[in-house]
Design a protein around this ligand. Structure first.
Ligand code: GLA
Length: 448
Protein backbone atom coordinates (compact mmCIF):
# COMPACT_ATOMS: atom_id res chain seq x y z
CA UNK A 1 0.00 0.00 0.00
CA UNK A 2 1.61 3.34 -0.90
CA UNK A 3 1.60 5.83 1.96
CA UNK A 4 0.46 9.43 1.53
CA UNK A 5 4.06 10.46 1.83
CA UNK A 6 5.25 8.14 -0.94
CA UNK A 7 2.40 9.28 -3.20
CA UNK A 8 3.36 12.91 -2.60
CA UNK A 9 7.01 12.09 -3.20
CA UNK A 10 6.29 10.25 -6.45
CA UNK A 11 4.07 13.10 -7.57
CA UNK A 12 6.76 15.70 -6.80
CA UNK A 13 9.39 13.69 -8.66
CA UNK A 14 7.07 13.40 -11.66
CA UNK A 15 6.34 17.12 -11.53
CA UNK A 16 10.06 17.86 -11.30
CA UNK A 17 10.72 15.66 -14.33
CA UNK A 18 8.02 17.39 -16.33
CA UNK A 19 9.39 20.78 -15.37
CA UNK A 20 12.78 19.62 -16.48
CA UNK A 21 11.52 18.20 -19.74
CA UNK A 22 9.73 21.47 -20.32
CA UNK A 23 12.94 23.36 -19.53
CA UNK A 24 14.86 21.24 -22.00
CA UNK A 25 12.11 21.42 -24.58
CA UNK A 26 12.47 25.16 -24.75
CA UNK A 27 16.15 25.05 -25.54
CA UNK A 28 15.77 22.20 -27.96
CA UNK A 29 14.65 24.67 -30.63
CA UNK A 30 16.99 27.20 -32.22
CA UNK A 31 17.07 30.29 -29.99
CA UNK A 32 15.28 33.42 -31.20
CA UNK A 33 15.87 36.88 -29.84
CA UNK A 34 18.06 39.93 -30.04
CA UNK A 35 21.83 40.37 -29.67
CA UNK A 36 23.81 43.59 -29.46
CA UNK A 37 27.06 42.91 -31.28
CA UNK A 38 26.76 43.63 -35.01
CA UNK A 39 24.57 46.70 -34.63
CA UNK A 40 26.00 48.21 -31.43
CA UNK A 41 29.45 46.61 -30.96
CA UNK A 42 31.55 48.01 -28.17
CA UNK A 43 30.17 51.56 -27.99
CA UNK A 44 31.02 52.84 -24.51
CA UNK A 45 30.56 56.57 -24.96
CA UNK A 46 27.17 57.11 -23.44
CA UNK A 47 27.66 60.87 -23.25
CA UNK A 48 27.83 61.30 -27.02
CA UNK A 49 25.61 58.30 -27.84
CA UNK A 50 23.20 57.88 -24.92
CA UNK A 51 20.69 55.82 -26.91
CA UNK A 52 23.07 53.46 -28.66
CA UNK A 53 25.94 52.81 -26.24
CA UNK A 54 26.20 49.39 -24.53
CA UNK A 55 24.20 50.21 -21.41
CA UNK A 56 21.24 49.00 -19.42
CA UNK A 57 19.11 51.58 -21.23
CA UNK A 58 19.82 49.96 -24.59
CA UNK A 59 18.88 46.47 -23.39
CA UNK A 60 15.75 47.71 -21.63
CA UNK A 61 14.74 49.61 -24.72
CA UNK A 62 15.23 46.53 -26.95
CA UNK A 63 13.25 44.45 -24.44
CA UNK A 64 10.38 46.92 -24.76
CA UNK A 65 10.60 46.92 -28.56
CA UNK A 66 10.62 43.12 -28.72
CA UNK A 67 7.41 43.08 -26.72
CA UNK A 68 5.65 46.15 -28.12
CA UNK A 69 6.29 45.44 -31.78
CA UNK A 70 5.01 41.87 -31.49
CA UNK A 71 8.35 40.04 -31.74
CA UNK A 72 7.97 38.36 -28.35
CA UNK A 73 4.57 36.99 -29.34
CA UNK A 74 6.18 35.34 -32.39
CA UNK A 75 8.83 33.57 -30.30
CA UNK A 76 11.73 36.04 -30.08
CA UNK A 77 12.61 35.68 -26.41
CA UNK A 78 16.31 36.19 -25.68
CA UNK A 79 17.86 39.57 -24.98
CA UNK A 80 21.57 38.88 -25.25
CA UNK A 81 24.32 41.25 -24.20
CA UNK A 82 27.46 40.69 -26.25
CA UNK A 83 30.93 42.02 -25.35
CA UNK A 84 31.84 45.24 -23.54
CA UNK A 85 29.48 45.21 -20.57
CA UNK A 86 32.07 44.11 -17.98
CA UNK A 87 34.52 46.20 -16.03
CA UNK A 88 37.51 44.86 -14.06
CA UNK A 89 36.78 42.16 -11.48
CA UNK A 90 35.79 43.13 -7.93
CA UNK A 91 37.83 42.71 -4.75
CA UNK A 92 39.15 39.16 -4.22
CA UNK A 93 37.65 37.21 -1.35
CA UNK A 94 37.71 33.67 0.05
CA UNK A 95 34.89 32.57 -2.28
CA UNK A 96 36.12 34.60 -5.21
CA UNK A 97 39.93 34.41 -5.33
CA UNK A 98 40.24 36.71 -8.34
CA UNK A 99 37.20 38.87 -7.60
CA UNK A 100 33.66 38.75 -8.99
CA UNK A 101 32.61 39.58 -12.51
CA UNK A 102 30.95 43.03 -12.56
CA UNK A 103 29.11 45.04 -15.15
CA UNK A 104 30.45 48.55 -15.79
CA UNK A 105 28.69 50.58 -13.05
CA UNK A 106 28.45 53.78 -15.07
CA UNK A 107 26.66 52.12 -18.00
CA UNK A 108 24.78 49.54 -15.91
CA UNK A 109 24.08 51.54 -12.72
CA UNK A 110 21.28 49.22 -11.57
CA UNK A 111 23.43 46.11 -12.09
CA UNK A 112 22.77 42.98 -14.12
CA UNK A 113 20.51 41.36 -11.51
CA UNK A 114 18.10 44.25 -11.95
CA UNK A 115 18.38 44.23 -15.74
CA UNK A 116 17.70 40.50 -15.70
CA UNK A 117 14.63 41.07 -13.49
CA UNK A 118 13.37 43.67 -15.92
CA UNK A 119 13.80 41.33 -18.90
CA UNK A 120 12.20 38.42 -17.03
CA UNK A 121 9.31 40.63 -15.90
CA UNK A 122 8.42 40.94 -19.59
CA UNK A 123 8.53 37.15 -19.93
CA UNK A 124 11.74 37.27 -21.92
CA UNK A 125 15.08 35.59 -21.28
CA UNK A 126 18.46 37.05 -20.52
CA UNK A 127 21.80 36.17 -22.12
CA UNK A 128 25.36 37.32 -21.52
CA UNK A 129 28.73 36.92 -23.19
CA UNK A 130 32.13 35.83 -21.94
CA UNK A 131 35.19 33.93 -23.06
CA UNK A 132 36.88 30.63 -22.34
CA UNK A 133 40.23 32.47 -22.25
CA UNK A 134 41.84 35.15 -20.10
CA UNK A 135 39.88 38.01 -21.64
CA UNK A 136 36.96 38.52 -23.97
CA UNK A 137 37.71 39.62 -27.52
CA UNK A 138 37.36 43.26 -26.45
CA UNK A 139 39.70 42.71 -23.49
CA UNK A 140 37.29 42.52 -20.54
CA UNK A 141 37.75 39.77 -17.89
CA UNK A 142 37.34 36.24 -19.25
CA UNK A 143 36.37 33.00 -17.52
CA UNK A 144 39.92 31.72 -18.03
CA UNK A 145 38.96 28.06 -17.88
CA UNK A 146 41.91 25.95 -16.81
CA UNK A 147 42.58 22.82 -18.88
CA UNK A 148 44.13 21.08 -15.89
CA UNK A 149 42.66 20.82 -12.40
CA UNK A 150 43.64 24.05 -10.65
CA UNK A 151 42.11 24.74 -7.27
CA UNK A 152 42.06 28.52 -7.51
CA UNK A 153 41.00 28.70 -11.15
CA UNK A 154 38.29 26.07 -10.71
CA UNK A 155 36.96 27.79 -7.60
CA UNK A 156 36.79 31.07 -9.50
CA UNK A 157 35.02 29.39 -12.41
CA UNK A 158 32.40 27.96 -10.05
CA UNK A 159 32.01 31.38 -8.48
CA UNK A 160 31.65 33.10 -11.87
CA UNK A 161 28.99 30.61 -12.86
CA UNK A 162 27.24 31.16 -9.54
CA UNK A 163 27.26 34.92 -10.15
CA UNK A 164 25.95 34.53 -13.70
CA UNK A 165 23.35 31.85 -12.99
CA UNK A 166 22.16 32.65 -9.49
CA UNK A 167 22.68 36.41 -9.20
CA UNK A 168 22.15 37.52 -12.79
CA UNK A 169 19.80 34.63 -13.50
CA UNK A 170 21.03 34.12 -17.05
CA UNK A 171 19.29 31.83 -19.54
CA UNK A 172 22.00 31.89 -22.17
CA UNK A 173 25.71 32.55 -22.57
CA UNK A 174 27.82 33.07 -25.67
CA UNK A 175 31.38 31.96 -24.97
CA UNK A 176 34.10 33.30 -27.24
CA UNK A 177 37.61 31.97 -27.68
CA UNK A 178 39.90 35.02 -27.70
CA UNK A 179 42.98 34.91 -25.43
CA UNK A 180 42.64 31.14 -25.13
CA UNK A 181 44.81 28.24 -26.29
CA UNK A 182 43.21 26.68 -29.38
CA UNK A 183 44.83 23.31 -28.78
CA UNK A 184 43.19 23.09 -25.35
CA UNK A 185 39.68 24.01 -26.47
CA UNK A 186 38.75 20.32 -26.64
CA UNK A 187 39.18 20.38 -22.85
CA UNK A 188 38.21 23.93 -21.87
CA UNK A 189 34.91 24.23 -23.80
CA UNK A 190 33.48 20.87 -22.59
CA UNK A 191 34.68 21.60 -19.03
CA UNK A 192 32.89 24.94 -19.01
CA UNK A 193 29.78 23.26 -20.47
CA UNK A 194 29.79 20.67 -17.69
CA UNK A 195 30.24 23.32 -14.97
CA UNK A 196 27.55 25.50 -16.52
CA UNK A 197 24.81 22.95 -16.89
CA UNK A 198 25.32 20.92 -13.72
CA UNK A 199 21.90 21.67 -12.24
CA UNK A 200 18.31 21.92 -13.39
CA UNK A 201 18.73 25.59 -14.39
CA UNK A 202 19.74 24.84 -17.97
CA UNK A 203 21.29 27.64 -19.99
CA UNK A 204 21.96 27.88 -23.68
CA UNK A 205 25.68 27.41 -24.21
CA UNK A 206 26.69 29.08 -27.42
CA UNK A 207 30.31 28.25 -28.26
CA UNK A 208 32.70 29.87 -30.71
CA UNK A 209 35.02 26.85 -30.59
CA UNK A 210 34.68 25.77 -34.28
CA UNK A 211 35.67 29.26 -35.46
CA UNK A 212 38.98 29.07 -33.63
CA UNK A 213 40.11 25.56 -34.51
CA UNK A 214 39.55 25.71 -38.27
CA UNK A 215 41.70 27.38 -40.90
CA UNK A 216 39.34 30.20 -41.87
CA UNK A 217 41.17 30.91 -45.12
CA UNK A 218 40.73 27.28 -46.16
CA UNK A 219 37.02 27.46 -45.32
CA UNK A 220 36.66 30.77 -47.13
CA UNK A 221 38.23 29.40 -50.29
CA UNK A 222 36.26 26.16 -50.18
CA UNK A 223 39.18 23.78 -49.56
CA UNK A 224 37.68 20.27 -49.39
CA UNK A 225 37.53 18.87 -45.86
CA UNK A 226 38.03 22.24 -44.14
CA UNK A 227 35.15 21.51 -41.73
CA UNK A 228 35.59 17.74 -41.45
CA UNK A 229 35.69 16.07 -38.09
CA UNK A 230 39.45 15.76 -38.09
CA UNK A 231 39.48 19.60 -38.00
CA UNK A 232 36.48 20.23 -35.79
CA UNK A 233 35.74 17.56 -33.15
CA UNK A 234 32.04 17.52 -34.02
CA UNK A 235 31.02 14.87 -31.48
CA UNK A 236 32.50 16.89 -28.63
CA UNK A 237 31.19 20.23 -29.92
CA UNK A 238 27.67 18.99 -30.46
CA UNK A 239 27.46 17.19 -27.14
CA UNK A 240 28.80 20.16 -25.13
CA UNK A 241 27.27 23.16 -26.85
CA UNK A 242 23.70 24.14 -27.71
CA UNK A 243 24.77 26.27 -30.65
CA UNK A 244 28.17 27.17 -32.04
CA UNK A 245 29.49 29.79 -34.39
CA UNK A 246 30.84 28.32 -37.57
CA UNK A 247 32.52 31.15 -39.45
CA UNK A 248 33.83 34.73 -39.25
CA UNK A 249 31.86 37.64 -37.82
CA UNK A 250 28.94 38.59 -40.03
CA UNK A 251 29.08 42.06 -41.55
CA UNK A 252 26.28 44.24 -42.82
CA UNK A 253 26.79 43.43 -46.47
CA UNK A 254 25.20 40.99 -48.86
CA UNK A 255 28.42 40.27 -50.68
CA UNK A 256 31.70 41.07 -48.98
CA UNK A 257 34.63 39.27 -50.56
CA UNK A 258 37.01 37.57 -48.09
CA UNK A 259 34.76 38.36 -45.12
CA UNK A 260 31.37 37.17 -43.94
CA UNK A 261 28.74 38.87 -46.03
CA UNK A 262 25.48 36.97 -46.46
CA UNK A 263 26.62 35.37 -49.73
CA UNK A 264 29.92 34.23 -48.24
CA UNK A 265 28.12 32.54 -45.35
CA UNK A 266 25.69 30.90 -47.77
CA UNK A 267 28.76 29.71 -49.69
CA UNK A 268 30.22 28.06 -46.57
CA UNK A 269 26.90 26.39 -45.74
CA UNK A 270 26.58 25.16 -49.33
CA UNK A 271 30.13 23.88 -49.78
CA UNK A 272 30.25 22.10 -46.44
CA UNK A 273 26.59 21.11 -46.26
CA UNK A 274 27.24 17.39 -45.88
CA UNK A 275 29.50 17.76 -42.81
CA UNK A 276 27.36 20.49 -41.29
CA UNK A 277 24.10 18.64 -41.85
CA UNK A 278 25.33 15.47 -40.24
CA UNK A 279 26.69 17.35 -37.20
CA UNK A 280 23.38 19.09 -36.48
CA UNK A 281 20.65 17.51 -34.40
CA UNK A 282 17.72 18.58 -32.23
CA UNK A 283 19.06 20.90 -29.53
CA UNK A 284 22.44 21.33 -31.23
CA UNK A 285 22.63 23.91 -34.01
CA UNK A 286 25.22 25.58 -36.20
CA UNK A 287 25.18 29.35 -35.79
CA UNK A 288 25.87 31.29 -39.00
CA UNK A 289 25.73 34.50 -36.87
CA UNK A 290 23.18 37.24 -36.31
CA UNK A 291 20.24 38.26 -38.50
CA UNK A 292 20.97 41.69 -39.98
CA UNK A 293 17.62 42.56 -41.58
CA UNK A 294 16.86 46.23 -41.04
CA UNK A 295 20.46 47.43 -41.08
CA UNK A 296 21.57 49.77 -43.88
CA UNK A 297 23.69 47.21 -45.76
CA UNK A 298 20.88 44.85 -46.83
CA UNK A 299 17.94 45.44 -49.15
CA UNK A 300 14.59 43.91 -48.21
CA UNK A 301 15.15 41.11 -50.73
CA UNK A 302 18.61 40.38 -49.34
CA UNK A 303 17.17 40.39 -45.83
CA UNK A 304 14.51 37.94 -46.98
CA UNK A 305 17.22 35.66 -48.40
CA UNK A 306 19.10 35.71 -45.10
CA UNK A 307 16.01 35.16 -42.98
CA UNK A 308 14.72 32.40 -45.26
CA UNK A 309 17.96 30.43 -45.45
CA UNK A 310 18.76 30.78 -41.74
CA UNK A 311 15.29 29.30 -41.20
CA UNK A 312 15.96 26.49 -43.66
CA UNK A 313 19.11 25.68 -41.68
CA UNK A 314 17.36 25.74 -38.26
CA UNK A 315 19.85 28.40 -37.23
CA UNK A 316 19.46 30.76 -34.27
CA UNK A 317 17.45 33.86 -35.19
CA UNK A 318 19.20 36.55 -33.17
CA UNK A 319 18.39 39.97 -34.54
CA UNK A 320 21.14 42.57 -34.34
CA UNK A 321 19.51 45.80 -35.41
CA UNK A 322 18.13 48.93 -33.82
CA UNK A 323 14.52 47.79 -33.52
CA UNK A 324 13.46 51.42 -32.98
CA UNK A 325 14.35 52.14 -36.60
CA UNK A 326 13.10 49.23 -38.69
CA UNK A 327 10.61 49.68 -41.52
CA UNK A 328 7.24 47.96 -41.77
CA UNK A 329 8.54 45.86 -44.65
CA UNK A 330 11.45 44.50 -42.59
CA UNK A 331 9.24 43.95 -39.55
CA UNK A 332 6.85 41.91 -41.69
CA UNK A 333 9.69 39.69 -42.88
CA UNK A 334 10.88 39.03 -39.33
CA UNK A 335 7.37 38.43 -38.00
CA UNK A 336 6.35 35.94 -40.69
CA UNK A 337 5.15 33.05 -38.56
CA UNK A 338 5.15 30.60 -41.47
CA UNK A 339 8.88 31.10 -42.08
CA UNK A 340 9.52 31.12 -38.32
CA UNK A 341 7.72 27.75 -38.10
CA UNK A 342 10.23 26.32 -40.60
CA UNK A 343 13.06 27.61 -38.40
CA UNK A 344 11.52 26.27 -35.20
CA UNK A 345 10.44 22.93 -36.68
CA UNK A 346 10.96 20.22 -34.10
CA UNK A 347 13.03 17.98 -36.36
CA UNK A 348 15.74 20.68 -36.34
CA UNK A 349 17.08 19.54 -39.69
CA UNK A 350 19.49 21.55 -41.79
CA UNK A 351 18.24 21.82 -45.38
CA UNK A 352 19.99 20.09 -48.29
CA UNK A 353 21.01 22.17 -51.32
CA UNK A 354 21.11 21.50 -55.03
CA UNK A 355 21.92 23.74 -57.95
CA UNK A 356 19.04 24.41 -60.31
CA UNK A 357 21.15 26.33 -62.80
CA UNK A 358 23.14 29.46 -63.41
CA UNK A 359 22.22 32.95 -64.55
CA UNK A 360 24.17 35.54 -66.52
CA UNK A 361 27.23 37.43 -65.34
CA UNK A 362 29.63 35.58 -63.08
CA UNK A 363 27.51 32.43 -63.53
CA UNK A 364 25.55 33.14 -60.37
CA UNK A 365 23.79 30.12 -58.95
CA UNK A 366 20.13 29.48 -58.56
CA UNK A 367 19.87 27.12 -55.61
CA UNK A 368 17.16 24.90 -54.28
CA UNK A 369 17.17 23.89 -50.62
CA UNK A 370 14.77 21.43 -49.04
CA UNK A 371 14.08 20.33 -45.51
CA UNK A 372 11.63 17.76 -44.10
CA UNK A 373 9.28 19.05 -41.41
CA UNK A 374 7.75 17.26 -38.44
CA UNK A 375 4.23 17.34 -39.86
CA UNK A 376 5.34 15.45 -42.96
CA UNK A 377 5.56 18.62 -45.04
CA UNK A 378 8.69 19.82 -46.80
CA UNK A 379 10.06 23.34 -46.76
CA UNK A 380 11.60 24.40 -50.06
CA UNK A 381 13.62 27.53 -50.75
CA UNK A 382 14.64 28.67 -54.22
CA UNK A 383 17.32 31.36 -54.19
CA UNK A 384 18.50 33.33 -57.18
CA UNK A 385 21.97 34.77 -56.59
CA UNK A 386 21.90 36.56 -59.93
CA UNK A 387 22.22 40.33 -60.14
CA UNK A 388 20.99 41.10 -63.68
CA UNK A 389 17.51 42.42 -62.94
CA UNK A 390 16.25 42.03 -66.50
CA UNK A 391 16.72 38.28 -66.33
CA UNK A 392 14.29 36.03 -64.57
CA UNK A 393 15.21 32.39 -64.14
CA UNK A 394 12.75 29.60 -64.77
CA UNK A 395 13.18 27.34 -61.76
CA UNK A 396 11.76 23.83 -61.90
CA UNK A 397 11.96 21.05 -59.35
CA UNK A 398 10.40 17.61 -59.29
CA UNK A 399 8.75 15.88 -56.36
CA UNK A 400 11.74 13.55 -56.42
CA UNK A 401 14.20 16.45 -55.96
CA UNK A 402 12.64 17.35 -52.61
CA UNK A 403 12.38 13.83 -51.25
CA UNK A 404 8.89 12.87 -52.47
CA UNK A 405 7.99 10.07 -54.83
CA UNK A 406 8.19 10.55 -58.56
CA UNK A 407 4.94 11.87 -60.00
CA UNK A 408 3.55 12.65 -56.54
CA UNK A 409 0.70 15.17 -56.33
CA UNK A 410 1.51 17.94 -53.85
CA UNK A 411 0.09 21.20 -52.52
CA UNK A 412 2.38 24.20 -52.55
CA UNK A 413 2.06 27.28 -50.36
CA UNK A 414 4.20 30.40 -50.74
CA UNK A 415 5.38 31.29 -47.23
CA UNK A 416 6.59 34.85 -47.81
CA UNK A 417 3.43 35.71 -49.80
CA UNK A 418 1.27 33.69 -47.36
CA UNK A 419 -0.58 32.28 -50.38
CA UNK A 420 -1.71 28.79 -51.45
CA UNK A 421 -0.50 28.11 -54.97
CA UNK A 422 -2.55 25.01 -55.72
CA UNK A 423 -1.97 21.31 -56.39
CA UNK A 424 0.84 20.14 -58.68
CA UNK A 425 1.70 16.76 -60.09
CA UNK A 426 5.28 15.61 -59.95
CA UNK A 427 6.89 18.98 -60.55
CA UNK A 428 6.69 22.70 -59.92
CA UNK A 429 7.96 25.59 -62.04
CA UNK A 430 8.19 29.27 -61.29
CA UNK A 431 10.06 32.34 -62.48
CA UNK A 432 12.40 33.81 -59.90
CA UNK A 433 13.86 37.31 -60.11
CA UNK A 434 17.46 38.30 -59.46
CA UNK A 435 18.50 38.55 -55.78
CA UNK A 436 15.43 36.90 -54.39
CA UNK A 437 14.09 33.93 -52.54
CA UNK A 438 10.87 31.99 -52.88
CA UNK A 439 9.95 29.82 -49.91
CA UNK A 440 7.36 27.11 -50.25
CA UNK A 441 5.79 24.56 -48.02
CA UNK A 442 4.98 21.36 -49.87
CA UNK A 443 2.49 18.86 -48.53
CA UNK A 444 1.53 15.58 -50.13
CA UNK A 445 -1.86 15.70 -51.86
CA UNK A 446 -4.04 12.68 -52.63
CA UNK A 447 -3.36 11.32 -56.10
CA UNK A 448 -6.33 12.11 -58.32
C1 GLA B 1 34.17 38.05 -31.60
C2 GLA B 1 32.83 37.39 -31.92
C3 GLA B 1 31.77 38.45 -32.18
C4 GLA B 1 31.65 39.35 -30.95
C5 GLA B 1 33.01 39.96 -30.64
C6 GLA B 1 32.98 40.72 -29.33
O1 GLA B 1 34.67 38.73 -32.71
O2 GLA B 1 32.93 36.54 -33.02
O3 GLA B 1 30.53 37.84 -32.48
O4 GLA B 1 31.17 38.59 -29.87
O5 GLA B 1 34.02 38.96 -30.52
O6 GLA B 1 34.22 41.28 -29.00
Amino acid sequence: MPTNRSITLTFSILLFCFENIDGFAKIRKPPMGWMSWEAFGCAKDCVTFPKTCISENLFKSMTDELVNQGFAAKGYEYINIDDCYLTSRGTPSKDSPRGDLRADPTRFPSGLSELSKYIHSKNLKFGVYNDVGRTTCAGTPGLNVSAVPDEEADKQLRRDIFVMKKKWNIDSIKVDGCAAKKNLMNITYPKLGAYLNNDSQQVIYSCSWPVYVQNLTATMTGVPGALDDNVIPWDAVTSSCTTWRIYKDIMDSYNLERHAGIRQIIGVFTTYNASLRSAQSVGAYHDPDMILAGNPGLSANQARIQFGLWSMWSAPLLLSVDLRKISDEIRNILLNEEVIAVNQDELGIMATPMILGYVMLDKAEVQLWYKPLIDGGIAVAIVNMGVFDAQKFKATFTSNDVGLQKGQHFNARDLFQRKDLGVFQGEYSTYIEATSIIMLKITVAKNK
